[in-house]
Design a protein around this ligand. Structure first.
Ligand SMILES: [Zn+2]
Ligand SMILES: [Zn+2]
Length: 344
């Protein structure tokens, strides 16, 4: 670990560095992992376009297909699906038969917009732990999507516009892919729309999505579903849609849903991170004895693993430590980041 982030001296690269470096290997394009200003970036093929939107037109981005090995210095590196968002990767590094895997953010459930997580055998596994507490256990996502569909259909019957707040890269597209688009028209905030071409380019099929800003209001008002980032909540841009019903979709809704409901809106639990059981089953599937833990409830997971025969330690990050820090586009941000409100 260096002051710029996690560094591999044998391969001379950083993984998700938070300051500019010569060579950055990027697990995914959320802004707490993909920072602007490095000399070169390496990411997965499906992750290129979303990373480009993050680091700019001028950035030197090299891509590698999932599972294809590259030689960097004295190590062999390959990227493998992490199931978190479009293009998200685990980083596998091997030297002289010793294998380390850095998970990045991951989830183990199926997501047609993100590719399927695959556990990798390794000696050392560095796992995220955003939801690393035993209280976090996700219900089957089909149940959550059924609830969202019922809520939307009910609003439509009353002539209300439905509004879902979800982070703009990943969660929003997962919702668009998973809801029943026969219920009504779908529209999105500009912060969500800007990523859709990258999804289409990667072959992810999504229903038609209108612009909540530029398309005629009548095509959505009273019947449609609007997807917007949490920072848009409570701002005036939704006024033209008449009576609205609002819902937040996040892993945090498992504990914060009650508070949300008091203010009249809904909370649906859907996360792009592994829950407690997902973390433990993944760690077991790697066969690793040495477990680094980063992002989120690191101390709890490290203690648990230590009590169960693993050698586990906390890998500090600049953004880690608790769920209130990090990107406003990730579940990891909770609802703390309210910047960017009103920008369309
Ligand atoms: Zn993320
Ligand atoms: Zn993250």
């Amino acid at each position: 670990m260096t002051d710029r982030g996690l560094y591999c001296p044998d391969g001379d690269f950083f993984i998700d560095p938070w300051l500019p470096v010569d060579r950055a290997v990027i697990t995914h394009a959320h802004s707490d992992h993909a920072r602007w200003g490095s000399k070169s970036y390496l990411t997965s093929v499906p992750g290129e376009r979303v990373l480009r939107l993050r680091v700019g037109d001028e950035a030197a981005i090299e891509t590698v297909p999932y599972r294809k090995s590259l030689t960097l210095g004295n190590v062999t590196l390959s990227l493998h699906p992490a199931g978190h968002i479009l293009g998200s990767s685990q980083v596998r590094v091997e030297r002289d038969g010793e294998v380390w895997v850095f998970s990045g953010d991951y989830k183990t459930g199926f997501d047609p917009t993100a590719g399927l997580f695959e556990p990798l055998r390794c000696h050392t596994f560095i796992t995220e732990s955003t939801f690393g507490l035993p209280i976090y256990r996700w219900r089957p996502q089909a149940e959550t999507f059924a609830e969202i569909n019922d809520w939307w259909a009910g609003n439509r019957e009353r002539g209300w516009t439905s509004v879902i707040y979800a982070y703009a890269l990943g969660k929003s597209q997962r919702i668009i892919a998973g809801i029943d688009s026969s219920i009504g028209p779908i529209a999105a905030h500009g912060a969500v729309l800007r990523f859709l071409p990258a999804y289409a380019n990667a072959g992810v099929e999504l229903p038609k999505v209108r612009s909540a800003t530029f398309d005629p209001t009548d095509t959505v008002k009273g019947k449609g579903l609007i997807i917007a980032p949490p920072s848009a909540a409570g701002t005036s841009w939704l006024r033209k849609f008449g009576q609205i019903s609002e819902a937040f979709v996040s892993g945090w809704m498992q504990i914060r849903g009650a508070r949300r409901r008091r203010s009249g809106d809904r909370g649906f639990v859907l996360s792009d991170h592994a829950d407690w059981n997902g973390l433990l089953s993944t760690i077991a599937a790697t066969g690793a004895q040495n477990i680094g833990v980063t992002h989120g409830y690191t101390d709890v997971l490290v203690r648990y693993l230590g009590e169960h025969g693993f050698s586990a330690w906390v890998l500090p990050t600049r953004f880690g430590g608790d769920e209130e820090s990090g990107s406003d586009e990730d579940d990891a941000a909770g609802e703390s980041a309210q910047n960017g409100g009103g920008e369309l």
